[in-house]
Design a protein around this ligand. Structure first.
Ligand code: G6P
Ligand code: MN
Length: 447
């Protein structure tokens, strides 16, 4: 089996490779092709992978290329994990919004729209190349904003493109562990959009245990989302939100916290990653060690402002044994390749599952996966509150997709102005103009 990784010079690629090294089953991935536009990033990451492979038995063979079609030819699976505009772009996404008094974040609010406008044309080109060169491949999209990017690729790839994220499974796993339930046996009644979903039930041995969790203050303070949102608010909601909903439910506080930091997340990572790639270029023999050190710092500072707002203290070790997004990707590939039925929370077309949304809307819900791909399973319907937020943000996503496809200023303006975290159409217009001035890819949206 051949896996092509788009964004193969990305910092998280060693996580994926590590997951592959742990897969000893037949039909596993034996060949990995790294594709990236930047050859120096490719060679740094290839050096990390070589050192990971040194200790392993029969590791997947790794090759690297800067030619997209070469990379795609013969692929069984394509992972798309690109960052258009790099971390420089991420810092602009953040800064422009913060300067106009609204949240600037990688995937949420104005920052996510700017990131989407920049990324969607590239994602569409990639989808077209996959359809032409590797039409039988399955594409696993973790390019953010993952929901809208997946939706924009579907016209070219149909249901052979599936979006993934680590946050829903992480939430489910943490909630199950807080209840003393084996996470692999539970059913998670989770639904929404990417980075905008809620855990509304957690069934174990036929019983919904979420009410027990919401009752127990001790259990709630034992895990990340419990501390982030607080027992009182969680009980009132009757559900446990994805961690990204902290930016909505505590909009004022998270905005102030993000505005108050010396460096945004993007600026911190830009500095940190630049050092990693430069040092690895100079000392490739230390690539793995440098990567591990950089990764530990990155993990320790994840969503730190939100944790400060909530006074949630130290973040739990992101449960490495169970794994993050790379384990979601590996489980998905195995279920498809071996026709081994698995239950995973994924970004797929709604197909009638959530009645507030049309069939083609990409939603994030539990799916049954086998050789035929991922099929949504029945979950409870969204409440009026959840549906209101989900439909508002879906309209934003679709305006962004329309704007990126047609180069339409008015669609882009709607996207910014309609976002629940942008409180004025005037600010929406200022955001669009400022992004168009600061991001080369968005100059076409100038008035
Ligand atoms: C989680 C989310 C990803 C997001 C990442 C940001 O893993 O699911 O979608 O890209 O966090 O982490 P970072 O370290 O880049 O801030
Ligand atoms: Mn995600």
């Amino acid at each position: 089996m051949k896996l092509t990784i788009l964004g193969g010079g990305g910092f998280r690629v060693p996580l994926v490779y590590h997951a592959l090294l742990g897969d000893r089953g037949s039909g596993r991935i034996t060949s990995v092709v790294l594709y990236d536009a930047d050859p120096s990033r490719l060679s740094a990451v290839a050096a990390v992978l070589r050192q990971q492979a040194a200790a392993a038995l029969d590791p997947p063979v790794v090759t690297a290329t800067t030619d997209l079609d070469d990379a795609l030819r013969g692929a069984d699976f394509v992972f798309s994990a690109i960052r258009v505009g790099g971390l420089e772009g991420r810092t602009v996404d953040e800064r422009v919004a913060l300067d106009l008094g609204v949240l600037g974040q990688e995937t949420v609010g104005a920052g996510g729209i700017a990131y989407g406008l920049r990324t969607l044309p590239v994602a569409v080109q990639i989808a077209q190349r996959i359809a032409a060169v590797a039409p039988d491949a399955w594409t696993i999209n973790f390019t953010n904003p993952a929901g809208m990017v997946t939706e924009a690729m579907i016209p070219y790839l149909g249901d052979r493109v599936i979006g993934i994220c680590d946050s829903p499974s992480g939430l489910g796993r943490r909630a199950a562990a807080a209840l003393g339930v084996d996470p692999s046996t539970a059913f998670y009644d989770y639904a929404g959009l990417n980075h905008l979903g809620w855990l509304r039930g957690l069934r174990s041995e036929g019983v919904d245990r979420l009410p027990d969790l919401l009752q127990s203050a001790d259990a709630l303070t034992s895990f990340e989302e419990g501390r982030l949102f607080g027992a009182d608010w969680l009980r009132s909601l009757g559900a446990i939100p994805n961690e990204y909903l902290h930016y909505y439910y505590f909009a004022r506080e998270t905005l102030a916290a993000v505005q108050g930091v010396r460096q945004t997340r993007g600026a911190f990572l830009l500095e940190q990653q630049a050092a990693f790639y430069a040092e690895t270029g100079e000392h490739p023999e230390q690539a793995l060690e440098l990567w591990q050190k950089t990764r530990a710092e990155r993990e320790a500072t994840y969503m730190v402002e939100s944790r400060e707002v909530a006074d949630a203290g130290e973040r739990d070790e992101r449960d490495m044994a169970a794994g993050g997004y790379e384990q979601v990707a590996l489980s998905l590939m195995r279920a498809i390749a071996h026709n081994e039925r698995a239950s995973l929370i994924l970004n797929v077309r709604n197909r009638g599952t959530l009645r507030h949304l049309d069939d083609d809307a990409v939603v994030e819900i539990p799916c049954t996966v086998d050789a035929n791909g991922a099929l949504p399973v029945t979950v409870s319907q969204l409440t009026d509150h959840q549906a209101g937020l989900v439909c508002a943000v879906k309209a934003v996503e679709r305006s962004t997709i329309e704007a990126a496809g047609a180069g339409s200023r008015s669609a882009a303006l709607r996207a910014f102005a309609w976002h629940p975290l942008v409180d004025s159409a005037t600010v929406g217009r200022r955001l669009l103009d400022a992004y168009a001035d600061h991001l080369p890819g968005l100059a076409r949206f100038r008035a």
